[in-house]
Design a protein around this ligand. Structure first.
Ligand code: NAP
Length: 266
């Protein structure tokens, strides 16, 4: 079953990645094999994508040029130990497991392996993830670019040294949760002003999406956009002043650094 890409773990993230690489045309279904401990999970994904599926990780990784590991961190050691011997010498092994270092992966896979640690976020499921890529010393620039193409197809990806992983967790790994707290608060305000709840979420969510899209697409600095929309004596500057009185910046910095600190301690 030698394939270009073997995916180990067909859960939320594994399925999103497999669907993303196939829908973007980066990997043809005939060049992909998906594997999962659960027969139902691998069969469902294989049928949806028209690719091969198996419950046998050794069979999946044998001959594969790239192996992408998407199992939960607590199952990773056992899973990788069981198939490491079957991974081709020159294969690139990509792990998205949170909190699992390159050093630990090297210990499981053996010395000299090409390994890339990737930290995507939940938005991979809607092809809008922000992912960090940290290759080990055995991965060439071309090989890193090959992995980056996959994660670019799932949103955006950037190469960062592994020691910045805590910063990645703070800014993009954990931040969907704190952005949701902000969206909830915006919607609560709209509800307090009389808007129906469902409509309030639509207005708040689209406003956050549109702001981020504007900044990314125009390259505008957030402070410039804030100044642009804050007219003298207008409504927006009243809200900005209230946020500053409430200590929003400090609260967000504290929250994101708490996530980074927790990741460091794990
Ligand atoms: N979800 C996120 O937002 C997110 C963000 C960044 C990184 N990650 C990382 O992505 C990885 C996957 O997370 P997830 O949310 O996709 O988890 P998930 O939905 O639980 O998917 C993991 C899949 O792996 C399967 N599995 C377990 N042991 C296996 C084995 N030995 N061989 C093959 N398949 C096996 C599981 O099957 P069973 O269900 O039968 O156990 C499950 O289908 C984790 O390491 C996580 O840290 C997740």
């Amino acid at each position: 079953m030698a394939k270009e890409l073997a995916l180990i773990g067909c859960g939320n993230m594994g399925s999103a990645i497999a669907k993303g690489v196939v829908s973007s045309g980066l990997v043809a279904p005939r060049d992909l094999v998906v594997a999962d401990a659960s027969e139902a999970s691998q069969k469902r994904l294989a049928a949806e994508l028209g690719c091969a599926g198996t419950c046998d990780n050794v069979e999946a990784v044998s001959g594969a040029k790239m192996v992408l590991i998407a199992v939960k961190p607590q199952y990773l050691d056992d899973a990788v130990s069981a198939f490491a011997h079957a991974v081709d010498e020159g294969a690139i092994v990509v792990s998205i497991a949170a909190g699992v270092s390159l050093e630990r992966l090297e210990g499981l896979l053996g010395a000299g392996r090409k390994i890339v640690r990737v930290m995507p976020n939940l938005a991979a499921t809607v092809l809008a993830a922000m992912s960090s890529l940290s290759p080990n010393a055995n991965v060439s620039e071309d090989e890193t670019a090959q992995v980056k193409r996959i994660f670019d197809a799932l949103g955006r990806a950037e190469v960062v040294p592994e020691h910045l992983i805590d910063a990645v967790i703070a800014a993009s790994g954990s931040s969907p949760a704190y952005v949701c707290v902000f969206i909830e608060a915006l919607a609560d305000a709209a509800v307090a002003e009389g808007m129906p709840r469902a409509q309030a979420y639509t207005f708040a969510e689209q406003a956050v999406l549109g702001t981020a899209k504007y900044l990314l697409e125009t390259g505008t600095h957030p402070a410039v956009l804030k100044d642009m929309v804050s007219s003298p004596a207008g409504t927006t500057i009243e809200a900005v002043a209230a946020l500053e009185r409430g200590g929003m910046r400090a609260a967000v910095i504290d929250a994101a650094r708490a996530a980074a600190a927790k990741n460091r301690a794990m």
